[in-house]
Design a protein around this ligand. Structure first.
Ligand code: MSP
Length: 643
């Protein structure tokens, strides 16, 4: 049977600054999907690169007294270094400054011009230097750039225009008849409404800077950055010469996937498809727009000064741990607040306590009870385990195919959790004492199968760990392929080789405040309370300072090592998911909270509880022996304000 193909791309990053963990997230997603598809037997092509033209880069280079290309050469090296440390296994790295790209962009531009879809006119409008985007007055957000919120300049100049307006209806039809084109669903609806407002022709050239690709027939004009940048996806496949890569990964391919952040989804789902339509090229299958990684102050950016450097985290925790954290924590399509504590707690909980421990406990027991030889068993398996393993593999596959990587990983950890539970419930040490070697063999074989299957499913994410597990289990590589992802596939015995822990537990340093400072704080607290008691009525203005929103609980888990605390992921808007730590663990089970509508104090300052940053608080009423969360009477969407 002919192999299926999969083409996955990341945005090409601006070399105006060093990359941060937001960029690392997209690239890790792409790498993981590429590895997953390879494991499923696809021919895969994975492209990343750098978007090097434009006024901004020209300016940064000039400030450093360098030619733009000297400057970008240096930055591109840092991109490649980061990707190598993250084990990003791309097939090609495209730079928009390469000759192959100039040739492709110029040819594409000329083709569209020749057929009459590009014309010369005069541009008058608003330009955001930061985003390198033009806007109409209607598109501005309160007079500012709708993407970054910064001030825009009014500009007027001669420009070439691309007849986007002509293609609006065709694009709408395409989006409506291809439900998978824009993912996730919420982004699709946004884009549909945007197109329905009417598309305007797009200015696609500039005369005010030089650093870019000139129009062949009118060299005073530089091709507008997005026309230049988006074309990279076909330059790299050798569209210009209709080469074999283009043939296989574009023309005859049913899975062309662009992964992008939500801020650039509009360029990818409106401008890019229209360029392709105009040039008679087929459209990509999916544009997946993920949310942002936020840190104190919102979206990470150099100017806000809140960027998190992935290299520091790789050195501290290892690439596999960072890869896992990013993909596990980032909810499909929504934003996520980053904190290092959340990273540490995720590594400890899942990788050290659950997965790593399961391996080391299993190996120790095989060592002790069977002199290191994995007992080979063919029947007598626990039915619920066999069923669960099937459910987990189905769910893993379903979510990976929909790019819902966090949900896929959650599914795998259900199986890992089942393994640890099996140890507790079957108490192998007692079975051994009782001489029940038959059941003991079944238990240990089952544990090996759980580890083997989980390792296969985790291998696109934990790219260094798989080898280590294979070595420690002593099981041959051939049992770690996707076609062996069925419970009971291990049909040969192997000898385990105990090794070092896969993920040593990271100790969280809790800052102890000096005694004097603690006393001072207490005094201050008492004083404030006294003041409040004197005057315990509040005005409507005091009350108006509090912002409450309806939230929906998506995930809940007990905070390790505490009785009372529960860590929750709460959706408080279409695009916003928050981590909230609440003292409700004695009153609710995690599973009973999932899906519950709650009331979140929305504008509370973040606070750290047991090392986890909590963004908000849940309202609850406390009775003598019980506590109940406040909720809404009937169904109301997340993000609705409470007043
Ligand atoms: N050069 C353009 C893309 C052209 S693609 C044909 C660009 N570059 S960028 O470097 O500014 O951003 C690249 C990607 O990084 C975008 O998808 C953007 O959403 C993503 N991210 C930047 N900051 C981010 C976070 N804080 N979190 C997640 N992704 C973020 O746009």
């Amino acid at each position: 049977m002919e192999k299926k193909s999969f083409y996955v791309t990341t945005p090409i990053y601006y070399p105006s600054a060093q990359l941060h963990i937001g960029h690392t997230l997209t690239t890790t997603m792409a790498d993981t999907l590429a590895r997953y598809k390879k494991m499923r037997g696809y021919d895969v092509y994975f492209l990343t690169g750098s978007d090097e033209h434009g006024q901004k880069i020209e300016k940064v280079a000039a400030e450093k007294g360098m030619k733009p290309i000297e400057y970008t050469d240096g930055i591109v090296k840092t991109f490649k270094n980061l990707w190598s440390k993250m084990h990003i296994d791309y097939d090609d790295f495209i730079r928009t400054t390469e000759k192959r790209h100039y040739d492709t962009v110029q040819a594409l531009f000329q083709k569209i011009y020749d057929q009459g879809d590009i014309y010369k006119g005069e541009y008058e409008g608003y330009y955001c230097t930061s985003c390198e985007s033009f806007f109409t007055q209607f598109q501005l957000a309160e007079g500012h750039c709708p993407d970054c919120g910064k001030a825009v300049d009014i500009v007027k100049e001669e420009s070439y225009f691309f007849k986007m307006s002509k293609y609006g209806d065709r694009l709408l039809e395409y989006i409506e008849s291809h439900p998978h084109f824009i993912q996730p669903e919420s982004r699709r609806n946004e884009m549909i409404s945007f197109i329905k407002m009417g598309l305007e022709d797009l200015s696609v050239s500039r005369t005010t800077f030089d650093w870019g690709i000139p129009i062949t027939m009118d060299r005073g004009h530089i091709i507008y950055v997005w026309f230049d940048a988006l074309t990279n996806y076909i330059t790299a496949l050798d569209y210009l010469d209709d080469g074999p890569l283009y043939e296989q990964f574009w023309k005859n391919n049913d899975e062309i996937v662009h992964l992008v952040g939500k801020d650039i989804i509009r360029f990818h789902t409106i401008i890019w498809p229209i360029i392709l339509m105009a040039a008679g090229i087929k459209l990509p299958t999916t544009v997946f727009g993920h949310g942002w990684l936020l840190s104190g102050g919102g979206k990470m950016s150099k100017s806000v000064g809140n960027v998190v450097d992935p290299l520091v985290l790789i050195d501290k925790y290892g690439a596999d741990s960072l890869r896992y954290f990013l993909l596990r924590e980032m909810p499909s399509g929504s934003d996520y607040y980053y904190s290092e504590d959340a990273l540490v707690s995720r590594i400890n909980m899942d990788l050290a306590n659950d997965y790593g421990n399961l391996l080391s406990r299993t190996i120790s027991m095989i060592d002790k009870y069977f002199s290191g030889n994995i007992p080979l068993v063919k029947d007598g398996f626990d039915e619920d385990l066999v069923t669960l393993s099937q459910e987990v593999t189905n769910s893993y596959q379903k979510h990976m195919d929909k790019f819902e990587l966090s949900l896929a990983l959650q599914a795998v950890f259900k199986l890992v959790g089942k393994g640890n539970k099996l140890i507790e419930e079957s108490a192998p040490w007692t079975l051994y004492k009782e001489g029940n070697m038959e059941r003991l063999s079944v238990v240990l074989y089952q544990l090996v199968e759980i580890i083997r299957m989980s390792t296969i499913m985790l291998s696109p994410v934990l790219v260094e760990t798989g080898e280590k597990v294979m070595t420690q289990l002593g099981v041959d590589k051939e049992y770690f392929t996707y076609d062996k992802l069925a419970f009971g596939s291990l049909d040969q015995s192997f000898k385990v080789a105990k090794g070092t822990p896969l993920f040593p537990r990271i100790e969280i340093e809790v800052e102890e405040k000096p005694k004097k400072a603690q006393k001072e704080e207490k005094k201050k607290d008492i004083k404030t309370k006294e003041k409040q008691n004197e005057d315990n009525l509040i005005s409507i203005d005091d009350f108006a300072k509090c912002k409450f929103k309806v939230g929906k609980v998506l995930e809940a888990e007990k905070v390790e090592g505490t009785e009372k605390l529960m860590k929750l992921s709460v959706k408080v808007g279409t695009d916003e998911i928050r981590t909230v730590v609440a003292g409700i663990a004695q009153y609710y089970l995690p599973q009973d909270l999932i899906g519950k509508k709650v009331i979140v104090v929305y504008n509370l300052k973040p606070a750290k509880l047991r090392g986890i940053e909590s963004h908000g608080m849940l309202l609850a009423a406390k009775g003598e022996n019980d506590l109940k969360l406040l909720t809404v009477d009937g169904d109301l969407e997340e993000g609705a304000e409470v007043s």
